[in-house]
Design a protein around this ligand. Sequence first.
Ligand code: HEC
Ligand code: HEC
Length: 323
Amino acid sequence: MKTLLKILGALLLLLALVGAGGYAWAKMKSDAVMAQTFDAHTVDFPVPFPLDEAEATAEGLTPQQAGEVAMSRAVERGDHLVHTRYVCVACHGSDFGGGVMIDDPMIGHFLGPNITAGAGGRTSGFGPADWDRIVRHGIKPDGHPAVMPSEDFRLMSDQELSDIIAYIRSRPTVDDTVPPPAPGPLGRVLIATGQIRVSADVIGDHFSAHLAEPPTSEVSEAFGQHLAGVCTGCHNARLSGGPVPGGDPSWPPAANLTAHQEGLAAWTFEDFAATLRSGRRPDGTELRDPMSGVVQFTGRMTDVELEALWTYIRTVPPLPTGG
Ligand code: HEC
Ligand code: HEC
């Protein structure tokens, strides 16, 4: 009996040592991931994008009036983009003063910082190049990787980013300081083992030029593909679904959106649009987290956007789930 207890004791001690050693390794390794620095190109673009000269002339606008019209259109487009397509408000709050991405004791506290130019805000003094690096590359001003899913934004055009900046700057500034990201024990293990990868690493290429303007907003495959850029982070580049990379382990796998029988083979455009607006599938079942959250944004998409998205989705090759 005594021997058995001794063996059990030794085993427990060993487990504790391995656990502590594993954690120390995960901490060291995850700190090293976050301490990397990344280099990226320096871009420039106007905020707001100016009006087409022919249009300004045809309407007989003075340069100042043309500037005002350009700004009000940019702000209007930016408003739609931050609430619908690029969902900045989901993590940074509806006033951009701060919000929550993940707040979990095991995975970590990853809060969206204040991105206004107020006290504690991160963007005072930001020019287009700084916005480009953080939003489309996931790189902070000091070169360190950000824990923000920038791979979803890498297809964003200069004009869209410019519109987003114009809109954020048009809102009142907020004075608030949000604590920096703090990974929890499970978060550290996931980062250390490469199951959560920082966007700067996923994106990889930080020197290719971006699209200057988005494809025309119309029901076309090109516009649909552009819109689908924000779906691929979870549903994968081929839209065949499967486990969400780096997602919360409690999430269901992302659905297969291709026309395969395991996917949306039997769906019509009406089914698709109704699901993305109501959060309920054609059979009446409710979409679960995180898609239930995504629906709050897709629900605000225009008919043209939803139809373009569907047009594109119907052109991707049917694949089994995760294929
Ligand atoms: C899924 C959540 C999420 C979404 C969506 C999101 N962000 Fe972020 N963002 C974060 C988090 C978390 C951080 C903090 C990153 C860090 O410090 O590592 C951050 C950081 C930032 C920063 C500050 C970087 C710095 O200098 O510290 C800016 C600016 C920013 N985001 C802009 C945007 C814009 C613009 C959009 C929409 C196009 C957007 N974000 C969408 C989560 C998000
Ligand atoms: C944050 C991750 C995430 C993003 C971003 C995302 N989805 Fe999803 N989506 C999921 C998950 C997970 C499911 C499965 C939900 C369930 O099983 O209840 C899903 C389910 C769906 C479904 C239901 C299909 C079915 O057969 O049940 C549709 C349609 C869909 N997504 C379309 C989209 C489109 C279009 C976009 C981009 C505009 C998008 N999703 C963006 C994670 C995501």
